[in-house]
Design a protein around this ligand. Structure first.
Ligand code: EIS
Length: 209
């Protein structure tokens, strides 16, 4: 079974609050999954995501009760750093991390929906490009967009991507897709809840890097 798909996100409670500890446990598996994709080009992405996770973790461990949910963190930082907020601390780290999560969500959903380049059915560039345009491109200036173009050249073949999702084992594509669809249920709900939280707290920024 898969590194990513083995570590399901938990079902959200009725109020859609995201438990910080459970969230951190779930996202902690992402860096190792990125390693499975093979190319060194992805190390930049891995270190960015790892930095986000470490920052949120660092805030959480200071006072697990005060920061019990992701919303508690945003509200506490809004009180503590009124001047800089939301461009500060775990609020900023989660703002970026959620974009990476949205990228992964759109990518997996597009693959699960069978979207393909019919001329190159073993490539996932169309799916990656869709995810990039939906989640990240507007936050990137030309230089980072060039890095994306470079990363796209190193994109794994569809079959290798399924292999990475399946911890290096050859699995039937249909079986892997069923796992992806199952994974997406709680993952999508969690990513949506985080986006809603940023909108409701007016914490979203749209500067580009
Ligand atoms: C943020 O980074 C920091 O994250 C944040 C704080 O320092 C803030 C200050 O403004 O900046 O500059 C970073 C930005 N992060 C901003 C860019 C990093 C490299 C981006 C390369 C873009 C290529 C993305 C496409 C990759 C295609 C790969 C295809 C593989 C199949 C299943 C694959 C998983 C890939 C997940 C991709 C997620 C990319 C996330 C990039 C986020 C970004 O744009 S703080 O740090 O607050 O924690 O200190």
């Amino acid at each position: 079974m898969s590194l990513l798909l083995d570590n399901q996100f938990k079902e959200l409670p009725h109020d859609n609050s995201v438990d910080t500890k459970l969230f951190l446990d779930a996202v902690s598996h992402l860096p190792a999954f990125i390693d499975c994709l093979g190319s060194k080009v992805f190390s930049l992405i891995k270190s960015d995501i790892t930095g986000n996770i470490t920052k949120i973790q660092g805030v959480y461990v200071k006072d697990p009760q005060r920061y019990a949910t992701l919303q508690h963190i945003l509200e506490a930082e809004r009180d503590d750093h009124a001047k800089e907020w939301p461009k500060v601390g775990a609020t900023l780290a989660l703002m970026w991390l959620k974009r990476g999560l949205r990228f992964i969500q759109i990518l997996l959903q597009s693959i699960a929906d069978g979207e393909k380049d019919e001329n190159n059915p073993n490539l996932i560039k169309v799916n990656i490009t869709k995810a990039y345009e939906g989640a990240l491109k507007r936050y990137h200036g030309w230089l980072v967009q060039k890095i994306f173009t470079g990363a796209l050249l190193a994109a794994p073949y569809r079959s290798d991507f399924f292999k990475a999702l399946s911890k290096g084992e050859e699995v039937k594509e249909e079986e892997c897709l069923a796992n992806v669809r199952h994974f997406l249920v709680n993952f999508t709900a969690t990513v949506d809840a985080i986006y809603d939280m940023y909108t409701n707290l007016n914490a979203e920024l749209d500067y580009s890097v």
